[in-house]
Structure formats: C-alpha cells, structure tokens
Ligand binder design. Structure first.
Ligand code: PMP
Length: 353
C-alpha cells in the first residue's frame, strides 16, 4: 500500500480501547471500500444479508476453535459493553429476588456488585474468607481487574454456576470453558474495537430471566436469533473476526500465552529489580495484561509520561482512581514494545532516580 509512514505509529499501552494487531488494521484498510467483491464496506451492509451472516458464522466458528468452546454453550455477539452485562446477568440469572455471590477483588468487581444490588441480594465474597451463600444463583468474579492489575491464575471452585467478567484477559491464554456457566467480555481489549460484547453462556442458563427483563436483553432471544434480534455493531464484529483469524495464525492461545507470560515476566522483573519503580500486587495475583507501577518520586510522573511519549511509548498513565503508571500489554502488544518500555524505564531511572 502507498504512502503511510509507519514511523508515526507508537507503542500503545492503552487499557482500552486498546491497540489492535497491525495486520488486522492493514487488512481492514485494504477491504474498507469493497469487502470481498461486494462493492461496499462491511459497515454499509445489512446484518441479515447472506454475506454478513456468513461473516458472523465464521467469526463464531473461529472463536469456538480458539477457546475450545463446548457445544452446549451459545456464543453471543451483543452491543453495549461489559457494563450492560453488569445488568443483564442479574436480570437473566437471579430470577425474581434471588441471591448471588460476588467476589470483591477491586474496582470493576465493585461496580458489578453495585449494579446487581438493584435486582436482588448480593453476598459479597472476599478472597480471604471465601464465604459463599449455599443458595446463590451464581458466583460472579472478575478474572482480571484492569485498573488494579490483579488477575486470578486459577478458576475458583463453586457449587453455583460460575459467571466471569473476562473483559481484560479473555484470549490471553487457554481456559477451560466447561468450568463456567457464563463468560463475558467487552471487546475493546483483546477482541476488537469497542461497541461489541462477547457472551459465552451455557444452554441451561439461557431462559431463567426475571419477567421484567427487556426482550433485547434476554439471552434466550439473542441465542434464538443468532445475536441478530437487534442490529449488532457489525463493523466491530467484522474486526473481531479478523482478530480471531490473526490469533489463529499466531498459533492460537497456547502460543500467544507463552508470549504474554514472557512479556509480563520481563516487565515485573525490571520493576522488582529497581529501587525506583514499584508494583503493589502480591506476586500470585499479578496480572499479565495490566501492569500498574509507581515512581519513587511521584513529582516526576508528568515528566515520565512526556518523555515516554517522545520515545514513542503512549498511554502509560495509570487510572485516575489509583494514580501512577500502568502498562496494558494485551495480545496485540508486541514483545518489542515491552523491551522498548523497559529500556526507557531504565534510562529514566539512570537520569532521575
Ligand atoms: N469490566 C472490566 C474488567 C473492565 O476492564 C471494563 C472496562 N475497562 C469494564 C468491565 C466495563 O466495560 P465497558 O466500558 O465496555 O462497559
């Protein structure tokens, strides 16, 4: 392709919407005006056309293959983000006024808890005491706390169906889907652009909704209509499909997991070795996707971010609620980006530490 100067692309450590794999963006660019000889862009095409339905079906096949999703699970491609699921889950699974267990791991878990409390009783479970309710309709947990940089490296044992917010770590490594009742994830980290949410739900949970559940929010409606009950975010869906194909080309989740673990290990080692940078998370719960860190001299935060950007390292500012820095190193972040970040951090420490 002509003309684009790749020197302008930065290493983008954004927590989400986040970097997409370059080959995906290039393919989308090449197909933008005319998708597969249709004479139009995917985004100009009806969602009930044969062409789009074929794209949708292939996207689901690819995701099922990547995650090894058993046949008794439906895969839904819905609009809205994970916050819509914060409401849809209790509406669909709590019945009228039931109780659900919610594990409190951090900022996102707490937002999910607040929303669920509108629809029923929430039993808050702490990691330390793990007191679940024997009658809980489900147990909800957040596998990766994007802001706090806390990740589960095991799947909790429960009697109640397990419901998991995997927004920021889905597809980062293989998982055993059969252990879950429902998995959901906003697209804008490891799946594609914002606007799309993937829900993987076991068949027996499709039709337990409270009577008040809006039709468009009922999992059963969406499952019966192949997620085409309402108009889905078609272009995001198409890009998610390209991301899944890219992941398959990388060798699937086992291969990407190896790279992800290596990237995270390097960065944690660099932080731990230094007297200048600090990560507060207990090693067993450190995230391989979002790595927050602080500078010993917080008055240098702004300078750190300015100089990082000049070095082509963008979006390293931590979330306002916690401050400091955060490197989000999702699947699309190449290992060279992490190497460049570590080199920059060392250099900054040498000059200002
Ligand atoms: N859960 C987690 C773990 C997240 O990281 C986010 C977004 N950063 C959300 C939920 C909310 O997602 P959305 O903004 O797409 O509703």
């Amino acid at each position: 392709m002509m003309g684009y100067d790749y020197m302008h692309r930065v290493y983008n450590f954004s927590p989400g919407p986040a970097a997409l794999p370059l080959p995906v963006l290039e393919q989308a660019r090449d197909e933008f005006l005319d998708w597969q000889g249709n004479g139009m862009s995917v985004m100009e095409m009806g969602h009930r056309t044969a062409s789009f339905e074929a794209l949708a079906a292939q996207t689901e096949v690819d995701l099922r293959e990547l995650l090894n999703i058993p046949s008794n699970y439906k895969v839904l491609f819905l609009s809205g983000g994970a916050r819509v699921q914060f409401a849809m889950i209790p509406l669909n699974l709590l019945g009228d006024y039931g109780t659900a267990d919610y594990v409190d791991t951090g900022i996102w878990a707490e937002i999910a808890i607040k929303e669920a409390q509108k629809y029923g009783r929430v039993n808050t479970v702490s990691l330390a005491t793990w007191q679940t309710d024997p009658n809980a309709a489900y147990l909800h947990y957040t596998s990766n706390e994007t802001i706090d940089g806390i990740q589960f490296h095991y799947i909790p044992e429960t009697k109640a169906p397990l419901v998991c917010d995997m927004s920021s770590d889905i597809l980062c490594q293989p998982i055993d889907v059969s252990r879950f009742g429902l998995i959901y994830a906003s697209a804008q980290k490891n799946i594609g652009p914002a606007g799309l949410t993937v829900v993987i739900v076991r068949d027996d949970l499709l039709d337990r909704a409270s009577k008040l559940t809006p039709t468009v929010f009922h999992y059963k409606t969406q499952a019966e209509k192949q997620s085409l009950y309402n108009t889905p975010p078609t272009y995001s869906w198409y890009l998610a499909g390209l991301v899944f194909q890219w992941l398959k080309k990388q060798g699937g989740l086992k291969a990407i997991a190896e790279i992800n673990h290596r990237k995270a290990k390097k960065l944690y080692q660099a932080i731990d070795k230094s007297e200048f940078y600090h990560n507060p998370v207990q090693p067993d719960f450190r995230s391989i996707m979002n790595i927050p860190f602080t500078l010993k001299k917080p008055e240098l935060d702004t300078l750190f971010l300015q100089e990082a950007l000049q070095a082509g390292l963008a979006n390293l500012k931590g979330h306002n609620l916690v401050g400091g820095m955060r490197a989000s190193i999702y699947n699309a972040i190449p290992e060279e980006a992490v190497d460049a970040l570590i080199a920059f951090m060392r250099d900054f420490e040498t000059r200002y530490g």
